[in-house]
Design a protein around this ligand. Structure first.
Ligand code: ADP
Ligand code: ZN
Length: 726
C-alpha cells in the first residue's frame, strides 16, 4: 500500500438482528460517517440498514472486512437515543440489535422525501384575461407556491386553465419541498379558562415542562376532572421552549377524538403513530420527526422509539394501563422506558391517571416523583353514584345475565332519553361451548383455552392464537344434533338479552373484533357521543377516556371477572378498570349511576369502588405488596420456557433452575406451568426470579442463562423483567 492511500477506518454498526453487539465494517475511502449515521451494510447475502455505533470497530484488519455500501442522507440518531437503546437492551436482556430494530422500522424514510412538482409565477403576462385566469392569478400573486392541481382546485377552475398559462410562460415549473404531515401547533392558539384546581395544577406542570431538566410528575385526577386540558398547558410550555413532545396513549381507538381536542387547543393536529398507520404515512412521520418538522406526536408505545431530533417532554396518559407493556421480542414497559429516556436526555415526564399504578403512587408518595391532583370533576359534572348489586339476592331471570335491578335502572335511564352502557370485558357470544349429551367441550387444538363462540359470524374462535372454525350443528364427539349449549356471556349474548328487554332501543355493540376495524369503531364512537344510541354494550374499548355526554348509567355485567385469575395484581387491575368504566357516566351535569353486578359485594375492590375511598384501597394493597416484598418493594423477572413438547419445555426449565447461582437476596420459584400452558402449539413453563429491591436481578438471570446449556431443538427462553402478572 502506498503512502497516499490511507487504510480505511473501521466502525461498529448496529444491525437490526438479534446481535449481541455491533458488527465491524470498513469505511471506504472518501465516505464520511459518524456515530449515529444510518448506513446500508452487507449482511450475509443481503443488505440491511444499520446505525453506526459508538466506540472503535475493534482491532480488525479493515481489509478483511466488508465495506459500508452507503450512507443515507438522513439525520443521525443522536447520542441520548443510542444510550437509550443500549440501556433498554441491557435492562430487558434483549440483544441491542433487536432494540435498534424498533428504531429502524420505516426503511423508506432513510432516503429524503422526494420534492414535489409545483409551479411558480413568473413576470410574464397572459395574452388575454378571462374570469378564470383572474382568479388563478389573484391566488398565485399571494406569493405561495402551488401544485398545478392544488391551484386549480383553490381557484375553482379546471387544470387546463393553468396549463394554458404555463404554456404562455406565466407559470414555470419548480420543485417544492415535501409537505409537512401536520401543520405546526401554536402553543398560544387558545388560552383555556381553567377552574382554580386546574389552574394550580397547570401552573406546576408548566413550570416543570418549561425546563429542560429531568423530572417526573404524576397528574392524579378523577375521571372527567380535565387532566387532558391541564397537561395541554404543559405541552404548550414545552413547545414554547422549542422542544418536541410525545404523548403516549394506550388505545388507538381513542386517538381520533384526542387529535380533534388537540387541534381545538393548538390549531393543528399532532402526528399519529401506531400500527394501523398506512406504510407511506409511517415513513413520512418517521422522517419528519427526525428532521424536527413534526413537533408533537400522539402515539402507541412504539412511538417511544421514534428518532426525535429534540424531544423535550413525554406525557404518558393512563399511565397504569397494561397496554404499555410489550410482550413480544423485546419485553418492555413504555411508561418505565419513557422515564429512562427522559433521564438520559434530561427532560420532564408527566404521568396522567385517575387510578395510578401502585408503583407510580409509591414513587409519588415518597417524593421521588412530583404530584399534582385534581380532586373533582370539571364544572357541574359529579361522579356517578356507585352501588353494588348482590347477584345472590337479585339474580337474573333464567338464562339471562342482567339482574332486575340493572334492567330497572336502564328502563328509567332510557325513559329520560339518556344512554346506558353495559360493560363486559369479553368478546364474542359465549366463552365456552359444550355438548349437553356427552359433555364435550370445544377447545383450541393448539392452545390451552376454550373456543369462544362468535355468533354474529357463526364461528368458534380461539382468543389466544386466532384459530377459527365454523360452529357445527352436531357434536364432533358423540354426533348428537342441536345439543350444543353456550356457557357464560360475552358482549354479543348480552346484546341479545338487551334486545329482548328493550326491543325499541338503539343498541350498539363495541368490541375490538368489530367488522370494519378502527374506522368503523371510530364512527360508532362518534355516533354514541352524538346520542345516536340508547344502549351501548362493550368491552374495555369503551372504558378508556371517551366523553359520552348523555351517558348516565353504567352497568358492570360481571364485576368479579378479573378477580378470579389468582394474579396478585388482579385487585389493582380490577379496581382500575372498574373506576375507568364507571367514570364514563355523568360527564356532564346530569345525575348518574354506576351499578356493579357481583357475587362478592364485600370484596375490597367492590367496597373501594362503592365507597369511593380509593386511598384506603391503595394503602392496603401497597401494604400487602410491601409485606410480600413484591414490586415496587422487590424485584421480579419471569423466564418463560416454551417448546414443541411439554417434556422439552419442562426439562429445560429445570436445567435453568439448576443453573441459578446462590445469592442471599434472590430466589427462584418454579418451574411451574405458565398461566397459559399452551399457546399456538407451544408448551410453556415459567420460572419466577424474586429479589430484594436492591438486588441485581439482571445479573442473576444472565448468569443463569450462561451457566445452563444452550436451548436446543424447539426450546426458546424469553426473559420478562418486571412481568405484568406474577
Ligand atoms: P379526564 O381526562 O380527567 O377524564 P378530560 O380532560 O377528558 O378529563 O375532561 C373532561 C371533560 O371536561 C371534557 O369534555 C373537557 O372538554 C371538559 N373540560 C375539562 N376542563 C375544562 C375547561 N377548563 N374548560 C372547558 N372544558 C373543560
Ligand atoms: Zn389457540
Amino acid at each position: 500500500m502506498t503512502q497516499d492511500s490511507p487504510a480505511p477506518s473501521v466502525v461498529p454498526v448496529m444491525v437490526p438482528m438479534p446481535a449481541e453487539r455491533p458488527y465491524s465494517y470498513a469505511v471506504p475511502p472518501g465516505m464520511a460517517v459518524a456515530p449515529g449515521s444510518i448506513v446500508r451494510v452487507p449482511l450475509g447475502p443481503r443488505e440491511v440498514a444499520g446505525i453506526v455505533w459508538d466506540g472503535d470497530g475493534g482491532k480488525v484488519d479493515p481489509r478483511k472486512l466488508r465495506p459500508i455500501s452507503q450512507v443515507f442522507d438522513c439525520p443521525a440518531i443522536d447520542a441520548p437515543m443510542r444510550r437509550f437503546v443500549d440501556w433498554v437492551a441491557d435492562y430487558t436482556l434483549s440483544p441491542p440489535g433487536m432494540v435498534a430494530r424498533m428504531l429502524l422500522r420505516a426503511p423508506a424514510a432513510f432516503d429524503p422525501e422526494p420534492w414535489i412538482d409545483g409551479i411558480a409565477r413568473t413576470h410574464a403576462l397572459p395574452d388575454r384575461m378571462t374570469a378564470a385566469r383572474v382568479r388563478v392569478l389573484e391566488l398565485a400573486d399571494e406569493g405561495m407556491s402551488w401544485t398545478r392541481s392544488g391551484l386549480a382546485h383553490a381557484a375553482g377552475v379546471s387544470s387546463t386553465v393553468i396549463d394554458g398559462l404555463r404554456e404562455q410562460g406565466v407559470f414555470e415549473d419548480v420543485k417544492l419541498p415535501p409537505r409537512p404531515v401536520v401543520a405546526a401547533p401554536d402553543p398560544g392558539y387558545v388560552t383555556p379558562a381553567l377552574n382554580p384546581d386546574q389552574a394550580a395544577a397547570a401552573s406546576t406542570l408548566r413550570e416543570k415542562a418549561g425546563q429542560a431538566a429531568f423530572s417526573v410528575t404524576l397528574l392524579d385526577g378523577v375521571t372527567g376532572s380535565g387532566k387532558t386540558e391541564v397537561y395541554f398547558e404543559a405541552i404548550s410550555a414545552a413547545l414554547d421552549r422549542g422542544a418536541q413532545v410525545l404523548i403516549l396513549l394506550p388505545e388507538i381507538a381513542l386517538t381520533h377524538a384526542f387529535l380533534e381536542r388537540f387541534q381545538d387547543r393548538f390549531g393543528a393536529k399532532p402526528a399519529e403513530w401506531h400500527s394501523d398507520l398506512p406504510p407511506r404515512m409511517r415513513e413520512r412521520v418517521w422522517r419528519q420527526v427526525a428532521e424536527g418538522q413534526v413537533r408533537v406526536v400522539a402515539g402507541a408505545r412504539s412511538a417511544l422509539f421514534l428518532p426525535f431530533m429534540e424531544l423535550g417532554l413525554v406525557v404518558v396518559d393512563e399511565e397504569h394501563d397494561p397496554a404499555y407493556k410489550q410482550e413480544d421480542r423485546v419485553f418492555y414497559n413504555a411508561r418505565d422506558m419513557a422515564i429512562v429516556r427522559a433521564h438520559i436526555a434530561g427532560f420532564p415526564v408527566i404521568l396522567a391517571s385517575a387510578t395510578p399504578s401502585i408503583e407510580t403512587r409509591v414513587n409519588a408518595l415518597s417524593g421521588r416523583y412530583g404530584r399534582v391532583a385534581l380532586p373533582a370533576r370539571y364544572a357541574e359534572a359529579a361522579l356517578p353514584d356507585l352501588k353494588a348489586i348482590d347477584m345472590r339476592r337479585s339474580p337474573p331471570a333464567r338464562g339471562g345475565f342482567l339482574s332486575p335491578v340493572l334492567l330497572d335502572a336502564a328502563r328509567k335511564t332510557l325513559s329520560r332519553g339518556e344512554q346506558a352502557l353495559f360493560f363486559l370485558n369479553r368478546r364474542g357470544y359465549a366463552p365456552l361451548t359444550l355438548c349437553c349429551v356427552c359433555g364435550h367441550r370445544f377447545q383450541c387444538p393448539s392452545c390451552s383455552s376454550w373456543l369462544v363462540e362468535h355468533r354474529f359470524r357463526g364461528q368458534l374462535v380461539c382468543h389466544q392464537c386466532g384459530h377459527t372454525e365454523a360452529r357445527p350443528e352436531a357434536c364432533p364427539s358423540c354426533g348428537a344434533l342441536d345439543h350444543l349449549i353456550a356457557c357464560g356471556p360475552g358482549v354479543e349474548r348480552i346484546a341479545e338479552e338487551a334486545v329482548g328487554h328493550f326491543p325499541d332501543a338503539r343498541i350498539i355493540v363495541l368490541s375490538s373484533d368489530l367488522l370494519g376495524g378502527v374506522r368503523r369503531l371510530r364512527l360508532e364512537l362518534e355516533a354514541i357521543a352524538k346520542g345516536e344510541a340508547d344502549i351501548v354494550i362493550g368491552t374495555q374499548l369503551v372504558a378508556k377516556g371517551h366523553n359520552f355526554p348523555n351517558m348516565t348509567l353504567v352497568g358492570i355485567v360481571d364485576a368479579d371477572l378479573g378477580l378470579a385469575n389468582g394474579d396478585p395484581r388482579a385487585a389493582e387491575r380490577t379496581f382500575q378498570l372498574l373506576s375507568q368504566v364507571t367514570g364514563r357516566a355523568g360527564r356532564t351535569g346530569k345525575k348518574s349511576l354506576g351499578l356493579l353486578q357481583t357475587y362478592q359485594p364485600d370484596h375490597p375492590v367492590m367496597k373501594a369502588i362503592v365507597s369511593g375511598d380509593a386511598e384506603a384501597f391503595y394503602d392496603k394493597e401497597t401494604d400487602e405488596r410491601q409485606r410480600a416484598a413484591m414490586p415496587p418493594f422487590g424485584r421480579l423477572a419471569g423466564l418463560i420456557v416454551s417448546a414443541a413438547t411439554r417434556a422439552e419445555a419442562e426439562g429445560h426449565a429445570r436445567t435453568l433452575r439448576r443453573a441459578a447461582p446462590r445469592a442471599g437476596d434472590i430466589d427462584v420459584l418454579g418451574p411451574a406451568e405458565a398461566p397459559l400452558a399452551l399457546i399456538g402449539g407451544r408448551h410453556r413453563f415459567r420460572l419466577l426470579v424474586h429479589g430484594d429491591k436492591r438486588s441485581d436481578i439482571q445479573k442473576f438471570v444472565r448468569s443463569m442463562l450462561a451457566a445452563a446449556d444452550k436451548p436446543r431443538g424447539s426450546v426458546r427462553v424469553q426473559v420478562d423483567i418486571d412481568p405484568q402478572s406474577f
